[in-house]
Design a protein around this ligand. Sequence first.
Ligand code: ADP
Length: 163
Amino acid sequence: MAIAIYPGSFDPITNGHIDILERASKIFDEVIVVVLCNPAKKTLFTMEERLGMIREAIRGYENVSVDAYSGLTAQYAQAKGANLLIRGLRAVSDFDAELRIALTNKKLNPELESIFLMTSPKYLFLSSSTVKEIASMGGCTKGMVPDFIGERLEQKYQELANA
Ligand code: ADP
């Protein structure tokens, strides 16, 4: 069984993430999206909100599931018996950070192999941060995130504005 984990913040999950997931689901027997709880990173959506959105987004994929984790990715993989870790690569600017993460994970868990899938051209400049920036200023995020996530973003910024 080729079990792969796809770790990240997913704040929120975007069509770029979903594209990587869809492609990974065709390559591996099982894919687990792991939403990492990183206390150093302030997120717009809570862990529960992010998990809920991912659950809705992956509904059509039989071999994709989602989980939350608050420790090291390398430890999570070990506990799950997963030897493969998927990350998406966009521009060259992603490379430095990804190399650092991959080598650190390898040191912590030598069995863990990082595999990089190249972004699809239409998602080259898409990130959760970009989507949040657009939504926070009332812009349209259609095509960047599923429609239901676009609505959640609108709601969230409205709530923040009214708070
Ligand atoms: P992190 O905070 O760990 O970078 P993200 O949620 O931002 O987590 O991203 C998770 C993974 O998805 C990373 O490997 C990132 O490079 C990848 N990714 C994000 N956006 C895209 C995209 N548009 N195309 C391909 N991969 C992407």
